[in-house]
Write a protein that binds this ligand. Structure first.
Ligand code: GRG
Length: 305
């Protein structure tokens, strides 16, 4: 996938840092997996772990951690755990039984590079790997068992039926039918928003945030997650496969309800911008710094891939 210049130097440098640090951990975990899982299954897991994403969720983890006063470099492990859950979701999302796509992050999707049964198994393998990555990060950060428990609950609830799986299920079930804005918001909040919210909350929990700070991060994450998926709808309709590193125009081809099909391009852009504004308000109302999380919210709606 092409690496493009981003707007806002704070967002740019944070994303570059998140990318470098997450990529290094993904390579290390891929090497470990290759010693544990022989043959093509291990190779497929390593292929997925090492695929070059934008690392937006890791950047949210780092920014939330620092916004509550966290300083340890070991926070990168928490970022890698969230990214591992995201990676599994991309592998499965691309399968023929879901969005059936050939291109992801500028490369062949895992089932195209390997085959459908191998990619399906690789996706399942990644879920317990994410739990191991999180447990290792918690040890490196010297967090208490109760903080690790709270982080695990947040991450896997967000990945589950009340979050990503539930949102994806509604999305698949709704193909070919126009959803209302309320229904669409529910799909987006689950499918994409829940994991972004979890990234923010995990950063806060790892930084031993107060309950009020966690609630503000939850509100921020919820809104940036919605903004991210609306911006994704706009990019799918307006950009190219070469820039996105995934097949453009897929929503229209699958007859998906999106903010673009509901409100048009400009209407969708306005909705994304107002969700980003609401996100930052959650932080300012709680008296929290917006040094990194503010520019990240702006990047999320203005990005070009
Ligand atoms: C059992 C129904 C059921 C579901 C399984 C596959 C799945 C769970 C959920 C799919 C969730 C999904 C892939 C949502 C789309 C989220 C999204 C906008 C992904 C693209 O994120 P970026 O742009 O991608 O951050 P990169 O490649 O940069 O990481």
């Amino acid at each position: 996938m092409p690496r493009r210049r981003l707007t806002g130097s704070e967002a740019t440098s944070l994303l570059a840092e998140a990318r470098d640090r997450t990529d290094a951990l993904m390579v290390a975990w891929a090497e470990r997996v290759l010693t544990l899982v022989p043959g093509r299954d291990g190779q497929a897991i390593a292929y997925a772990l090492q695929s070059p994403g934008k690392r937006v969720r890791p950047a949210l983890v780092l920014a939330a951690f620092r916004a509550v006063g966290g300083v340890s470099p070991a926070i990168a492990g928490v970022a890698a755990a969230v990214e591992t859950v995201h990676t599994y979701s991309l592998v499965h999302d691309d399968l023929p039984c879901m969005d059936d796509d050939d291109l992801r992050r500028g490369r062949a999707t895992t089932h195209r590079a390997f085959d459908v049964p191998t990619a399906t198994r690789a996706g399942y393998f990644l879920v317990p790997i994410a739990a191991m990555v999180l447990a290792q990060a918690s040890e490196d950060l010297v967090l208490s068992p109760s903080v690790l428990g709270a982080m695990a609950r947040e991450l896997f609830e967000a990945g589950g039926v009340e979050g990503m799986v539930g949102g994806q299920w509604l999305d698949l079930e709704a193909e070919g039918r126009q959803l209302s804005q309320k229904e669409l918001r529910q799909v987006h909040r689950g499918k994409t928003g829940a994991l972004m919210r979890a990234a923010c909350v995990l950063g806060g929990l790892a930084g031993e945030a107060t309950a009020a700070q966690i609630e503000a991060l939850r509100g921020y994450g919820e809104e940036v997650g919605l903004a991210f998926q609306i911006a994704d709808d706009v990019l799918d309709a307006t950009s190219t496969s070469a820039i996105l590193g995934k097949t453009a125009g897929r929503d229209a081809a699958l007859e998906k309800s999106t903010y673009v099909s509901l409100l048009g391009i400009e209407g969708a852009r306005r909705e994304a911008a107002s969700a980003a504004r609401r996100a930052v308000q959650h932080l300012t109302r709680a008296g929290m710094p917006t040094t990194s999380l503010g520019p990240l919210a702006q990047y999320i709606v203005k990005r070009d891939s």
